[in-house]
Write a protein that binds this ligand. Sequence first.
Ligand code: HEC
Ligand code: HEC
Ligand code: HEC
Ligand code: HEC
Ligand code: HEC
Ligand code: HEC
Length: 174
Amino acid sequence: MSSIETRKKMLWAVLAGCCLLLLIAAVGAVSAAPRQVLGAKAADCAACHGADKVLPDSHPGVKDMKWKDCQACHTEGKMSLVGKMPGSHRHQFSGVDCAACHGKGQPEPLAMDKCVSCHGPTAKLAEKTAKVKPENPHTSPHYGTELDCTLCHKQHAKNENYCNQCHKFDFKVP
Ligand code: HEC
Ligand code: HEC
Ligand code: HEC
Ligand code: HEC
Ligand code: HEC
Ligand code: HEC
C-alpha cells in the first residue's frame, strides 16, 4: 500500500471518530435525566423529561386524561401501568399535585402521617388487603401495620418490595 493511501485511510478514520464523538455528545445533551418541575402538569411529560421519549410515538394524546381514562387501555398483564411510573405520576393524574403532599414552598420528604391522612388508618388499609396472597403486605409479625409506606410505594423512584429482602412474596406494588 502506498503511503498516500495509508494517510488517506487514517484521515477517514479520524474523521469518522470525530463524527461519532459529536453524535454521542448530541444524544447525551438531549437525554438528560428527568427533572422535578414544581407545578408542571402530569400530562406535560416534556416539561420534566425534555426530549426523552417516555411514550411511544403512536401513543394517544394524554393532555385531557385522568388516571381512570388511562385504564381504558392499560388494564391487566403487559399493558398494566402498575410499577411503570413513579407514584407521584399516578397521584398527579388522580388530581393529587405536588402541593397536596408537600404543601406550599420547597418540597421536603414527608412523614407517613401525610399518606395516612388521605388513605385512612393503617388498620383499615390492612383490612383492605387481607386477602392478598401469599401474605398481607400491610401487616406483618415484625412491623405490625406501621411500616413506612414509602419503603414500598416510592413517589420519586421505582417501587420496591421491602419484604423481599428476606422473603419471596411476588407482590406487585402499585
Ligand atoms: C387508547 C389507548 C391508550 C390510552 C387511553 C392510554 N394509553 Fe398508554 N399506551 C397505549 C399503548 C397501545 C401503548 C404501547 C404498549 C406497548 O406496546 O408496550 C402505551 C404505552 C404507554 C407507556 C409505556 C409503557 C411501557 O411499557 O413502556 C406509558 C408509560 C403509558 N402508555 C402511559 C399512559 C398514561 C399515563 C395514560 C393516561 C394518562 C395512558 N397511557 C393512556 C395505549 C393507551
Ligand atoms: C403522593 C405524595 C407526593 C407527591 C404527589 C409528590 N411528592 Fe415529592 N416526595 C414525596 C415523598 C414521600 C418524598 C420523600 C422521598 C421519597 O420517598 O422519594 C418526596 C421527596 C421530594 C423531593 C426531595 C426532597 C428532599 O429534600 O429530599 C422533591 C424535590 C420533591 N419530592 C418534589 C416533588 C414535586 C416537584 C412534585 C410534583 C411534580 C412532587 N414532589 C409530588 C411525596 C410526594
Ligand atoms: C391529598 C391526598 C393524598 C395523599 C397525601 C396521598 N395520596 Fe395516595 N392517592 C390519593 C388518591 C386520590 C389516589 C387515587 C385513588 C384512586 O384512583 O382510586 C391515590 C392513589 C394511591 C395509590 C394507588 C392505589 C391503587 O389502588 O392502585 C397508592 C399505593 C398510594 N396512593 C399511596 C400513597 C402514599 C404512599 C402516600 C404518601 C407518600 C400517599 N399515597 C399520599 C390521595 C392521596
Ligand atoms: C411492604 C410493602 C408495602 C408497604 C410498606 C405499604 N404497602 Fe401499600 N401496597 C403494597 C402492595 C404489594 C399492594 C398491592 C396489594 C394487592 O395486590 O392488591 C399495596 C396496595 C396499596 C393500596 C391499594 C389498596 C387497595 O387495594 O385498594 C393503597 C392505597 C396502599 N397500598 C397504600 C399504602 C399506604 C398508605 C401505606 C403506608 C401506611 C402502605 N401502602 C404501605 C405494599 C406495601
Ligand atoms: C413534574 C415532572 C414530571 C412530569 C410532568 C412527568 N415526569 Fe416522568 N419522571 C419525572 C422524574 C423526575 C422521574 C425520575 C424519578 C423521579 O425522580 O421521580 C420520572 C420517571 C419516569 C418514569 C420511570 C423511568 C425513568 O425514566 O426514570 C417513567 C416511565 C415516566 N417518568 C413517564 C412519564 C410520562 C409518560 C409522563 C407524561 C404522561 C411523565 N413521566 C411526566 C418527572 C416527571
Ligand atoms: C429482615 C428480614 C425480614 C423482612 C424485611 C421481613 N421478614 Fe417476615 N420473617 C422474617 C423471618 C426471619 C421470619 C421467621 C422465619 C420463618 O418463620 O420463616 C419471618 C416470618 C414472617 C411471617 C410468619 C411466618 C411465615 O412465613 O408464615 C410472616 C407472615 C412474615 N414474615 C411477613 C412479612 C411481611 C409481610 C414482610 C414485609 C412487610 C416481612 N415479613 C418482612 C424476616 C423478615
